[in-house]
Design a protein around this ligand. Sequence first.
Ligand code: NAP
Length: 352
Amino acid sequence: MVERIPVAVMGATGLVGQRFVQLLADHPWFEIVALTASDKSAGKPYREAVHWVLGGDIPGQVADLRVEKTRPWTVEDAMIVFVALPSSVAPTVEPALAETGKIVVSNASSMRLEQDVPLINPEVNPDHLILLEEQRKRRSWQGAILKVPNCSTAILTLTLKPVDDKYGIREIHAVTMQAVSGAGYNGVPSYQILDNIVPYIPREEEKIRNETRKILGKPGRTGITPHPARIHATTTRAPVTDGHLEVLHVKLEEPPTTLKEIIKTLENYTGKPQQLQLPTAPPKPIIVARENNRPQPRLDRMNGNGMSVTTGRIRLQEDTLQLVTLGHNTIRGAAGTGILIAELYLKTTGQK
Ligand code: NAP
């Protein structure tokens, strides 16, 4: 029998934590050995501690696993720790975990912009893993901290990476319509969001601006030189359960002459995860929808098992590319990308 790598999920009862549990349950490389949550959930079996929202049954392997407190020592049997904690809580455990040799793959926004912390969208910037050398040198950690991008940023950067490679991006205007699951289990009161759109999501617009420039930036040994594009974002919350839709207007340095060429560039794009045939890599990271009324959250969010973005309404007006793109916020925007980062790390360090 193949020996699996022991992993833990911190914040396992939340919306992102549940996705981790679901995606890890039948993973060919990983085995869940510990789950943590807040002190109020600790001590209960997972099936009692969680309000399971994903449909189907709670995976049998973990349904009766006891939920632990979120402390560095409660996950000591794990080699990799997937973190789905609030960003106010993550800094209390992540550095201690890295110090004791754990590979921490985290969705919390804390530390995402630090110079020696890789912020990875695996098809977009796998070369940013080089920052781990500097991180280990500077912090003397046995382990490491790797960060998953903000959900809207993960969808945006995957969509625009091939466009930037081929035509160069000067400026991005983004308007998002984001699902309620993006705010977490207790995030948006139903009375605020039903029959409504809320035109502001705290701190989201600066995350899109800063993280996009880092992810599309050039890596050096000691940090990233951010991409020079000007980025403008307006983020809104929409009454959709899962799936963030983004309307993008992108000014190009060297626009192509035909729309056909752009469509080919998008749908033929593959990255290192596809070349390495990583288990969570979708065969086609970008799917182009031809119909004028697509992409739609309900119809397209599970494309590529939730790991592909779906892009449509592609138009070219002089030097400006216009399109609508969609991705699953708790899969491509969180847990799925976290697992893909761990796979990429293990493969590129020769541990798999
Ligand atoms: P959530 O549904 O609110 O879940 C939060 C998790 O953290 C729960 O397991 C909760 O446990 C635990 N927790 C809360 N306070 C804690 C404390 N003081 N000590 C220990 N554990 C605590 O949130 P989420 O949507 O899954 O988001 C998790 C993280 O991922 C956040 O940093 C978020 O910004 C980020 N993120 C979310 C998305 C998304 O689409 N939702 C996308 C990208 C990134 P209890 O159940 O016991 O309270």
